[in-house]
Design a protein around this ligand. Structure first.
Ligand SMILES: [Zn+2]
Length: 77
């Protein structure tokens, strides 16, 4: 079963990726939607994955194996 909603408030889109905060390393890891909800992780839809922002000094690691997702940079052209 999939189709978990985006965890952003007031967003009704289906989540496509899971964001996990690694506090020890000041990293935000964005990867494919996890099977189970985990502590310190947030499910995000496509839009919010693209607009991901992290605290200053944090690093974002993107694992973009989202099943043939089109690179948003290319889609905009
Ligand atoms: Zn969203």
């Amino acid at each position: 079963m999939d189709g978990r909603p985006c965890s952003k408030v007031a967003c009704a889109n289906d989540a496509v990726s899971t964001l996990t905060y690694v506090y020890a390393d000041s990293m935000a890891v964005l990867g494919p939607l996890s099977r189970a909800a985990e502590p310190h992780s947030y499910d995000l839809c496509t839009k919010h994955s693209d607009r991901l922002s992290v605290p200053q000094g944090w690093q974002v690691i993107r694992h973009m194996s989202l099943g043939g997702a089109v690179d948003p940079q290319q889609r905009a052209r």
